[in-house]
Design a protein around this ligand. Sequence first.
Ligand SMILES: [Zn+2]
Length: 364
Amino acid sequence: MNGDASSDEPPDDRTGSDSVDGAFTYNGGRVDPGESTNIRYSISETYLGDPVKIPVTVINGVHPGPTVFLSAAAHGDELNGIEVVREVAHDWDHSELCGTLVCLPVMNVPGFLAQERYLPIYDRDLNRSFPGREGSTSARRMAHRIFTNFIEPCDLGIDFHTSTRGRTNMLHVRADMDDSVVSRLANAFSSNVIIAGDGASGTLRREATESGVPTITVEMGEAHRFQRRLIDRALTGVASVLAEFGCHPDSSVHWPGWRTIIDDDDEKTWLRADAGGIVDMKQGRGALVEEGDVICTITNPFKEEDEVVTVEAPFTGLIVGVLENPVVYPGNPLCHLVGLSSDTLTALERERTAERSLADLQRN
Ligand SMILES: [Zn+2]
């Protein structure tokens, strides 16, 4: 199973596919059933003419089954997903895998090297450049090579992200819940929160889904960090998806305890600052706030009391995303608040009470 070859591809225009004999093929190589390969695949060239290569691990199981891609770091500074994809690729036992895993831990290599969100070439967003195109911009050419070789041959996929630098978010799934397979995938990932929507044009999940590869985005935590608790929860989600789609037929699908699906009709808002200043945030990621609870205060450099702006929750809900870098201009986002149904609220309160009791027990 572990024939870890490292290979380069010849420069022609053939692209990837999942062939009839069960082999996974991409431009320049193939991975047969029972084989696992680490590839450094060229998607562009630097100013020095050197290849820009992305790491890809293809694990083709002994048994037939779906081909699933796991991708991360389309935004170069969003690191949590990298560790999720690496652990699945290299720490898990794949001896009984049914199907194929295509693991893309770092898609935006130039951004990753610079520890920046965007491609550091005119600040292009790789995650608005899919499915890409030959003969187009540098970002679209890179997207095209990734998409045609490693995304299109798949049956479904999960793309991992974090919040933008300076903010953090709860682990949640973004998915087009009107698509039945995407919805099944989103539910199987076992997150508490799913935000429904088809995503912006050019994002990997939207373009992959439109090309017949149902895909969800997982958002988790903040940029520039490995956050172990979130990584472990995401690994549970991946295992649950692989169980749901028959890649690990002996495993079971995980239920997260409570679930809320936020769609366009639900109460949700990015609360924005109406004053510039320095923010004292009173609530953390995942906090449950009641209508009227103080979310934060914004003060000026002199902390003048008559100038303090207090921001309160406009409705009872869950803080899915929150500012971490405590400075704002008017209009900057403070937190992403979503409303919850009364059933979800009850389940969530029950879970929080149980967590508190467990923490008390462990302390005593
Ligand atoms: Zn991102």
